[in-house]
Design a protein around this ligand. Sequence first.
Ligand SMILES: [Fe+2]
Ligand SMILES: [Fe+2]
Length: 189
Amino acid sequence: MGRLLTRMQIQRLVAKHGHDVFEHEHMQIERCCYQHGNITTFAHSIRVACLAVWMADRAHLWHRVDVRSLIRAALLHDYFLYDWHDWDNGEHRWHGFTHGHAALMNALKDFDLNAIERDSIEKHMFPMTPIPPRHIEGYLVTLADKISATRETFSMGRFHKKALPTKPLRAALQARRSRHEGSRAGERL
Ligand SMILES: [Fe+2]
Ligand SMILES: [Fe+2]
């Protein structure tokens, strides 16, 4: 990559390398969950991917960064597939510490991931979780995530947060996913 990427070029790269992630049925659960402020997990993941590519580009890191791995790790870094704001008998109390691993486990069921993608997803909460990423792509994802999360959490949009009209759809998608998981587990027995 020669000249600095424009916003449109970055969006095209994310679409090119992430189209199968966007289109996966389980990714639609992310459209039905708030992440920070009034931003869904789906929108947050796209923002993180675009920002991570922008940072790699502006820091002239393309000789060291695999753009496809970077984008896919960013898109899947929060693939935990529930709304962490929902009170669930305290089950998500440790969300900040556990969701990187949960995202990786879910993503492995739905996508082929390379070592860079796997490590970057699982360790994206560093330094909240103690083990640092092994690859530069992982550091870009974790930094882009923190910048995006801070912006989203303190955006004015948080004052206009509405109940997502897609909650019933989320429940239906989650139920279908559970059934699918159950039948796959049955096949393995
Ligand atoms: Fe996260
Ligand atoms: Fe995130």
